[in-house]
Write a protein that binds this ligand. Structure first.
Ligand code: TYC
Length: 102
């Protein structure tokens, strides 16, 4: 290496791995869907126990909405579609939505 070569330190390259944005799946209350049906959907689609499903269902029943789970957008879309398909098949107005977390 020549004597007068100037060595400049490499600028550090930080890996840019963006955290995936997370989505909340919301359960909405309505006046028609039977409580038992809501709990069944929560058990089947979201793999909740009877106890947890009941608790989430009652939260929506009392307060209007309940957070079901926080997950990536892809999973949220799949789960909302699965849950809504079950509701539609049964002729229930039950509503699940997904919204980005702040
Ligand atoms: N409010 C409904 C009833 O009294 C039960 C229900 C609970 C419906 C939660 C939707 O997200 C819901 N039959």
């Amino acid at each position: 290496m020549a004597k007068d070569t100037v060595l400049t330190p490499k600028t550090e390259t930080k890996p840019k791995v963006e955290k995936p944005r997370l989505y909340k799946i919301m359960l909405h209350n309505d006046d028609y869907t039977p409580r038992e049906f809501v709990t069944i959907v929560l058990k089947v689609v979201f793999r909740m126990s009877e106890e947890t499903g009941n608790r989430v269902m009652l939260t929506a029943h009392r307060f209007g909405t309940a957070v079901v789970v926080v997950c990536t957008r892809e999973i949220a879309e799949t789960k909302v579609t699965e849950a809504m398909d079950l509701a539609k098949e049964a002729g229930m107005p039950l509503l699940f939505t997904a919204e980005p977390e702040e």
